[in-house]
Design a protein around this ligand. Sequence first.
Ligand code: PLP
Length: 494
Amino acid sequence: MSIMYKSTRSNSEKVTASQAILKGLADDGGLFVPDSIPALSVPLEALAGMSYQETAYEVMKLFLSDFTEDELKACIRGAYDDKFDTKEIAPLVKKDGAYYLELFHGKTIAFKDMALSILPYLMTTSAKKNGVENEIVILTATSGDTGKAALAGFADVPGTSIIVFYPKNGVSPIQEKQMLTQKGENTNVVGIIGNFDDAQTGVKNMFHSRELAERMNAKGYQFSSANSINIGRLVPQIVYYVYAYGQLLRQGEISCDEKINVVVPTGNFGNILAAYYAKNMGLPIETLYCASNENKVLFDFFQTGKYDRKREFILTSSPSMDILISSNLERLIYRITGEDADQTKAFMDALSSDGEYQITEEMKEKLAGFVGGYASEAETAANIKKVYEKADYIMDTHTSVASHVYYYKAKETGRKTVIASTASPYKFTRSVMDAIDKDKYDSMSDFELVDELNKLSGVKIPAAIEEIRTAPIVHDIVCDKSEMQATVEKILGL
Ligand SMILES: *Cc1c(COP(=O)(O)O)cnc(C)c1O
């Protein structure tokens, strides 16, 4: 069966997977969604014997149906190789009765690598398939981790260049240094005076501008997106949930068809949406726990059916989840309206004009498979310390938000639960070490803390951290949130 993609906001446009990857966002500002969600075509018991790469092929071929077998296998081979520091790619680790799906073994030690390692391959293959001759300019807003993972993925990829916007005062020191030291002739990094939502809105506005698109085209450029609004990000993320189920079977932890829970630390709703798609493909998932930090818009949404972004933006120790406008929720809204593009558009218009929308009771019933939870800053820190002391396992702050939600909501169900572990503790060393013993570690520098974390955890310091100890800063552009487009024009010489 051939899957086509349509917009969440109108019924006019239908495109192939490769066209959707190239465009990033639909012309009407909507997000591309598959016209149906395909069912897994391998029996569940077979998953136990499949490698990550084999699982990736089985899942992705169903969604990217205009890619040939050779094309897709080449993309998978190029992406999931020894860039990852473990051959499992995404190991599943059991600690204190829960299963941590470690998604941080790629180049930039956050889960964004899972999709951004393959996106450049999918993008350049899509360009070739569609006879695109323009240079593809990847325009991306980041709350910290997407930026570095996208830069690393696209650096020096022929036919592409990349511009990343991040909130100047809204990322961790290690996240910032990772981006500012990025090599590659075609990479650009811009700090903005504003928060992540400002960066994301600025990027979306540039995507929407016909006038800008025409000027770009005249100079031989076109935009695409590496944000999780791109289905080329979403589809590879489905893979690791299917793989995790296979690992549970292989390790004899579950019987075939046994239902599991999944807890996902959530910001832009991309990762958990991938788990929802996996469930819709037939993966036996009972409940999806959406874990938020103190920016708990999504928790409130699942409680009340009202999405309300009109609140203070809080900077937390899990900055990659400091988001009030979760873009990918639009794809879920579309599903629960019964794929009603007009209604979805009306909600999204209300969100941008009034800052809120309220879904109907009927729609809310369709959210029964989701449970919202959240962790305060104190709870996030206390959970890191608790699991370290109990199970000798040190997790990062984002994972800890999910782990906290596991302990107070998912554990009591008695079901086996997979916790998406989205970053290495080395990426958020200060917050992690402060959680364990603030008095002892407070006065140390970031890199001293890296060495302390190494002593405490016994986990090898990742190459991503060793590299930035001495790497020179090569990017220094900062602009106001109102000057994002002007900055892009200057970089591209428009
Ligand atoms: C991006 C990110 C998240 C949030 O994922 P979404 O797909 O945006 O919901 C959580 N944790 C880490 C470490 C991240 O980088």
